[in-house]
Design a protein around this ligand. Structure first.
Ligand SMILES: N[C@@H](CCC(=O)N[C@@H](CS)C(=O)NCC(=O)O)C(=O)O
Length: 113
């Protein structure tokens, strides 16, 4: 799985850390965060809003970190990202949008360990 990202992106960290947590191998494809790269026709095909992260996996591309995390969760249910009960799932999703991408993954990890 390829993760398109740039250094310092908290939203991309979500995906990297989710992969680390679940033991999913990934290939980080770093780019410079310039408009030329992010809004290029090639990148907009992967990420229609021209933002990172975007992934390529199973012959498809996907953007938006929460959508990517949901995809990873469905494909690799072991070591769940959102908790194991309905209330844990709900409170994880409730709290996460109020926090930055980097901080929010710590919340997830805090649930696991
Ligand atoms: N809602 C998106 C937000 C992604 C986002 O804002 N990414 C930033 C980097 S942290 C970005 O690509 N910014 C470049 C730009 O807006 O031109 C997600 O969760 O993936």
């Amino acid at each position: 799985m390829k993760i398109h990202m740039f250094s310092g992106s908290g939203f991309a960290w979500r995906i990297q850390l989710a992969c680390e947590l679940k033991g999913i191998p990934y290939d980080p494809a770093y780019m410079q965060p310039t408009p030329e790269n992010l809004k290029s026709a090639a990148f907009l095909k992967l990420s229609p809003r021209g933002k990172v992260p975007a992934i390529e996996a199973d012959g498809y591309s996907l953007s938006e970190s929460l959508a990517i995390m949901a995809y990873l969760e469905a494909k690799h249910p072991e070591r769940p990202l959102f908790g194991t009960t309905q209330s844990a799932y709900r409170s994880t999703l409730h709290v996460r949008p109020r926090l930055g991408g980097g901080v929010s993954i710590l919340l997830i990890l805090g649930r696991q360990f």
